[in-house]
Design a protein around this ligand. Sequence first.
Ligand code: MLT
Length: 422
Amino acid sequence: MITLNMGYKRLDPAYLFSNIAERVNQYEHSHPKAKIIKLGIGDVTEPLPDACIKALHKSVDEMASKKTFKGYGPEQGYPFLRDVIAEKDYQQRGANISSDEIFVSDGTKCDIANFQELFSNDIKIAVMDPVYPVYIDTNVMAGRTGVSYLGRFSSITYLECTPENNYMPDLPTSPVDLIYLCYPNNPTGQIITKKELEKWVQYAHENQALILYDAAYESFIQDPELPHSIYEIPDARRVAVEFRSFSKSAGFTGLRCAYTVVPDNCRAYGVNESSYTLRSFWNRRQTTKFNGVSYPVQCAAHAVYSDEGQSQVKSLIDYYLKNAAVIREAFLSMGYQCTGGDNSPYIWINVKTDSWTFFDSLLNKTGVVCTPGIGFGNCGKTFIRISAFNDYHAVLEAVERIKQSHDIILEDIEYQSKNKTY
Ligand code: MLT
């Protein structure tokens, strides 16, 4: 008899962003003339940097000639890309990472989702709350999280991020083995200082734990004092794996390229506490299950590091940060507490009411899509996340609509809250 992995049954029936897309589709269907402005999922809207486009054209032409055609590439990525990543993203920032510790892939979401496969099912995991749902969902699929009650899984340690602790979680009070950290944070937009990050690295050393450090939004960091990589912290190499992406920096959400750094002295434990290098396990996993990123896409990623590419990426980041400032200012002027938006493309807004109710009212009264905070965990239940990834004029229009309809939105929320049947 074919039996199912019942881990999937413990999940919400739909992934957060699929659920939102479904609601937006229904709204579009019933309001065919509405001009919807999507500030929900963090998907870029600006075209690829010209340097990347040129590299794509050139490499596609290479594929057209027998002399320069490429078949399967190395599963870990072409050396030309791994070398430039190691040099420019790490060595130039004083982080001791070499190119053979870099694994090029088609996305941070997939890598961070897959990485948990390397660990046994009885490890204790810790996530921030609110959190990017992929960290939890993939552990649920693996059957590692226990039973769910009131939106929380019994075997997960939730590190609460609230206005009271300025969205900076405390260290776990009981030992955990695998810690997911994301900075700049998705969804709160909060950043981490070197001093704070040192505490986590020290914790990992003391507890023989591992940190999975999601730095997908690193390129939004503006403050020169902030760390871009966990490897800027001394001794982090032994206890941390880092995930980076070209999606949000160079607009590759539709092109697909990212990378994961697994230092060669980063370790995990087997029976009798014998230690093993994670790099060889990840390499084994990738060579078995992954055939690499296409040559043209890796050429495009390589072009990001040219002078032209760097300046074009900076323009993209500045563009989205200008949007973020508009959104943040608008919500502050309406009296909301907000975080993020200065070193991050996300603004986390305390709406002090049920987040799905706010989502529905905002969509129905203004046609603007946000992300309800509850989708990121219990600590998000009275928050929404607004993404700065959209056209500047669309963002201006969105905030204008929200300001104009603010009283109507609040009345609608009051009405919906009174008439809700739970
Ligand atoms: C988000 O909106 O949180 C991200 O776009 C999701 C992702 O990168 O997978």
